[in-house]
Design a protein around this ligand. Structure first.
Ligand SMILES: Cc1cc2nc3c(=O)[nH]c(=O)nc-3n(C[C@H](O)[C@H](O)[C@H](O)COP(=O)(O)OP(=O)(O)OC[C@H]3O[C@@H](n4cnc5c(N)ncnc54)[C@H](O)[C@@H]3O)c2cc1C
Length: 285
């Protein structure tokens, strides 16, 4: 097996384009485990670890934040640039597994792998993130909501890599919270809820919600958000929104919980996430 360590993204793309059996290597947290378990057998690994362009978190003047694909979960969890509504991504990263995994795993690897139990996926949908993909045909932007297609399946084309994840400016006064329910500390989510919220005069003026581990990809229901906007986030509005989210969910039965149990968690985690978000925005006002 060949191992390449290019120093530019163009070089990495050329190496991947030249060998259909080559795979990009980020931290190897999942890739190496899959190779050890003989689930995959790449001809070559193209490490992205020496490409400077992929390593930075940069804030733009307009309020956007651009996160390079090789930024680790630890760097995200401690980033001072992820404030306001963008804190949903920082908080999700801080709850991934434990420090060893957070030091190795990267946002690009998590996004490309497309595991619906990943903590970052619902947070990126709640943040309305854009995935910047790069391949031999050029670069393109894909909305996070459209990027995740199915279980471990994304819209990334053969030979394309995730170059960065861009978070558009979050609404003024917004906050982002992430609630994760696990069997034990450090486990993958049984269910998770990512919320970006803003309030005005005691009523919800903006909300975006995405569920994790509730189906083959992050679950977002715009009609559920519409029920909350303008409301005081009272129990009735939250119950109605939860109902729509649960109806759109398609969770699995696995060791982390049954599908029915996951659906029971939807209103509970959503209530908790909205209460936390509300107290943060009202505390900051
Ligand atoms: C023990 C353990 C516990 C974990 N617990 C959690 C958890 O609680 N929550 C959670 O969210 N995650 C969890 N993870 C996942 C982890 O956080 C990483 O996000 C994930 O393993 C990806 O790792 P990586 O970035 O090293 O990518 P790699 O393992 O290097 O790559 C993963 C896949 O993505 C491809 N790839 C990598 N980078 C790119 C790129 N830039 N462009 C295109 N394709 C690319 C690779 O070819 C491979 O197919 C856990 C992982 C482990 C091993």
């Amino acid at each position: 097996m060949h191992f390449h360590k290019p120093i530019s993204l163009d070089e990495a793309i050329a190496l991947l384009a030249g060998d259909a059996g080559a795979m990009p290597l980020a931290g190897g947290a999942t890739l190496v485990a899959m190779m050890n378990a003989e689930l995959i057998e790449p001809n070559a690994l193209v490490s992205l670890g020496a490409i400077d362009e992929l390593k930075a978190v940069k804030s733009a003047a307009g309020g956007d934040v651009r996160i390079g694909a090789m930024v680790s979960h630890t760097e995200l969890a401690t980033s001072e640039q992820l404030v306001g509504g963008h804190a949903v991504v920082r908080r999700a990263a801080s709850l991934i597994a434990h420090p060893t995994v957070r030091n190795i795993g990267t946002i690009g690897g998590a996004v490309a792998h497309g595991d619906p139990s990943s903590d970052l996926l619902p947070a990126l949908v709640a943040a309305d993130a854009v995935i910047e993909a790069a391949g031999s045909a050029g670069r393109r932007d894909i909305a996070a909501e459209d990027f995740f297609e199915d279980y471990l399946t994304t819209t990334l084309a053969e030979g394309e890599v995730v170059a960065a994840v861009r978070l558009p400016k979050s609404p003024v006064g917004a906050t982002g919270v992430y609630e994760k329910f696990t069997r034990v500390h450090g486990d993958y989510a049984t269910l998770s809820v990512a919320v970006m919220l803003a309030m005005k005069g005691g009523n919800c003026s903006f909300v975006r919600i995405a569920l994790g581990a509730a189906g083959p990809k992050p679950i977002r229901v715009k009609a559920a958000e519409a029920l909350l906007i303008g409301s005081e986030l009272d129990g009735e509005a939250i119950a109605a929104a939860s109902q729509l989210l649960a109806e759109a969910s398609d969770p699995v039965d696995d060791v982390r919980g049954s599908a029915d149990y996951r659906l029971i968690l939807v209103p509970r985690l959503l209530s908790r996430a909205l209460a936390n978000a509300r107290s943060q925005v009202e505390g900051a006002a």
